[in-house]
Design a protein around this ligand. Structure first.
Ligand SMILES: Cc1cc2nc3c(=O)[nH]c(=O)nc-3n(C[C@H](O)[C@H](O)[C@H](O)COP(=O)(O)OP(=O)(O)OC[C@H]3O[C@@H](n4cnc5c(N)ncnc54)[C@H](O)[C@@H]3O)c2cc1C
Length: 371
């Protein structure tokens, strides 16, 4: 049986970021990934938005790690030539209820330390984005876009440079507590494998509740069970109607169907949010649903061609009456699992937060090692 200091389960943006950070100061790190390539699940199916941090209640991990991750991502982009654009974002509102929501977001952004925000009236909105119609908007200049694949390649390169390993086609199917940590076992390229690891980091995205259950945890009791919410994307054909990101006020499980320019300027619409039982990435919505939804703030969408694009799936922690659920990022010693760090329900803004999550996990790990 092989011996590892730290096993990270899952090579999405979060697992890769954690392994890149921990391998700066630690040896014997292995990242195990069930797919034949890294970043093929949530991290390969998202909007690529660098969020500012206006959507999350003060003091939560989502708020703190998003705001910190935002500036860390811009610094990484600058330093390592990862494609990014600081485009700015308008969150638009019309009608009394939506305007109240915008004022809430402004307050939350202030609480979270989001810099440079401004409330705009309809004329100021038109000056910034002539095709957008709304009574009020919140402008957040620190919102941008990044190429998720470039970011993951960067973390992968750091991992290799630091002497750690990523093993693809390696699915973990069992985790058993031992005297010195955990035996992590499964199938790698068709062969059985087993590792003895002092620390296990569960960063398995959509499957992270199942991985926690493998270790023997009662995921229902702990509130770790995930359900899946798919989000589809469509693309607006032809000349881009906007230059910056344009969002409605959030409703339901997502942030509302929004407009996101990509690196080339072409504009994607989405994602929406609907519950699914299975993980498959086929687009299940119609272009017409998207047209009707976006028409409220982009009337010219009526005359435009809309092309089907892609979809992604969110790992949602269950909540009572849709109340806010924070990321679960926890060293499980208090639940009797020394050396097990769980990351569960890492939905949006997980991409933005990924370098800050890595720092946070590194602190949890160092604290555990000292005790
Ligand atoms: C539609 C959508 C849009 C989003 N947009 C944004 C955005 O614009 N900005 C933003 O900040 N965030 C966004 N997010 C959130 C962000 O994409 C995620 O938080 C982030 O990608 C999660 O990364 P991860 O590494 O935790 O999960 P994943 O990328 O899913 O990685 C987990 C990995 O674990 C592997 N794995 C699972 N089980 C096992 C096992 N048993 N053995 C071995 N390997 C295993 C999987 O194959 C997978 O590769 C969006 C999410 C969605 C769904």
């Amino acid at each position: 049986m092989e011996t590892a200091n730290i096993v990270v389960i899952g090579a999405g943006v979060v697992g890769l970021s954690i392994a890149a950070r921990l391998s700066e100061n630690n040896e014997g790190i292995y990242v195990l990934e069930k797919n034949s390539r890294t970043g093929q699940e949530i991290s390969g199916h998202n909007s690529g938005v660098i969020h500012s941090g206006i959507h999350y209640p003060k003091g939560t991990l989502k708020a703190r790690l998003c705001v910190k991750g935002n500036s860390m991502l811009y610094n990484l982009g600058e330093k390592f030539d990862i494609q990014y654009k600081r485009l700015g974002k308008l969150t638009v509102a019309s009608g009394e209820n939506e305007i109240k929501e915008i004022e809430n977001l402004y307050r939350m952004g202030n609480d979270n330390g989001v810099e440079g925000m401004k409330l705009l009236n309809s004329e100021e909105i038109r000056e910034m984005e002539p095709n957008i119609v709304a009574e009020m908007a919140l402008y957040t200049p620190s919102t941008g876009i990044i190429e998720p694949d470039d970011l993951m390649h960067h973390f992968y390169a750091q991992i290799s440079n630091n002497g750690a390993f990523v093993s693809t086609q390696t699915e973990v199917t069992g985790i058993r507590e031992t005297n010195s940590g955990y035996e992590v076992s499964g199938i790698s390229s068709g062969e059985k494998f087993a590792f003895n690891a002092s620390t296990v980091i569960n960063s398995a995205g959509l499957f992270s509740d199942k991985v926690a259950a493998m270790a023997g945890m009662d995921v229902n009791e702990l509130g770790y069970s995930l359900s899946y919410y798919k989000g589809d994307y469509f693309r607006i054909a032809g000349t881009p109607p906007v230059k910056m990101l344009v969002y409605p006020v959030p409703k339901g499980e997502g942030l509302g169907i929004h407009l996101t320019p990509d690196m080339a300027g072409s504009v994607k619409m989405g994602p929406n949010a609907y519950h699914v039982e299975k993980i498959d990435y086929t687009v299940g919505s119609s272009a017409e649903e998207f047209r009707q939804d976006v028409k409220r703030f982009l009337p010219s969408i009526s005359g435009r061609d809309i092309l089907e694009d892609s979809s992604g799936i969110r790992p949602k922690l269950q909540s009572v009456n849709g109340s806010f659920r924070d990321f679960v990022i926890r060293h499980e010693a208090e639940n009797g699992y020394h050396g097990l760090i769980n990351l569960i329900g890492i939905d949006s803004p997980g991409l933005t937060a990924s370098p800050a999550i890595a720092e946070y996990v590194s602190e949890l790990y160092e604290n555990e090692v000292k005790h």
